[in-house]
Design a protein around this ligand. Structure first.
Ligand code: COA
Length: 170
């Protein structure tokens, strides 16, 4: 996979991201929605994410396979001076047809390399309990440091813990 940090947020790229985000959600991915979603559902959330990148607070890591957007994640700043030395990784996703082939691992290792280049001390990620992705992050050195009980209401009567995982880069 070919990675690009902060590619220009052209109209085409914004549309590709919304298409990927909807496809991943509709395949059962836990990337901000309880699914299923339309592109129109994703646009307002994506626009807020694009604004954070355009304003220079956040960063987009895009992965391309055969010149097509295949994976992405965001590094989110907490916009808080005391927490400027680490970032939260959000919207970690690989195109459904490419999942399970090692690309997610490449993406998460590239995220660590980017974090080290920026000199960040740690990466944080939140995981929706019941999706099994704790095992994915644990394979790349993230350890669970806590959880918010029932913090995510994914449906009526379906509250899930939000697990917090942390990769120390010291
Ligand atoms: C989670 C995701 C990014 C992983 O990407 P991927 O390309 O499918 O993962 P890989 O093929 O690189 O797998 C890497 C390793 O993690 C493991 N793994 C992958 N997904 C896993 C999961 N859900 N639970 C446990 N282990 C998992 C694989 O078994 C593999 O281990 P191995 O190298 O020992 O075989 C991808 O499945 C995805 O986009 N999911 C939907 C979006 C989502 O829910 N993102 C998480 C937000 S917190």
């Amino acid at each position: 996979m070919r990675f690009v940090l902060d590619p220009p947020l052209t109209t085409d790229l914004r549309e590709e991201i919304v298409e990927l985000w909807a496809a991943v959600t509709n395949a059962g991915g836990a990337v901000g929605f309880a699914g299923p979603v339309t592109h129109d559902d994703v646009w307002p959330v994506a626009d807020r994410a694009f604004a954070g990148v355009a304003e220079g607070h956040d960063h987009l890591l895009a992965g391309y396979q055969d010149e097509r957007l295949a994976a992405m994640l965001l590094f989110i700043s907490h916009r808080f001076a005391l927490a400027e030395h680490w970032r939260t990784v959000k919207r970690v996703m690989v195109r459904p047809s490419l999942q399970g082939k090692g690309f997610g691992g490449e993406l998460i290792r590239e995220a660590e390399a980017v974090a080290r280049r920026f000199g960040w001390a740690a990466l944080h990620v939140t995981v929706r309990d019941g999706t099994g992705t704790e095992g994915f992050y644990a394979a790349y050195g993230y350890r669970e440091v806590g959880r918010l009980p029932g913090a995510l209401r994914v449906g009526p009567g379906d509250d899930r813990d939000e697990a917090h995982m942390w990769l120390s880069l010291d």
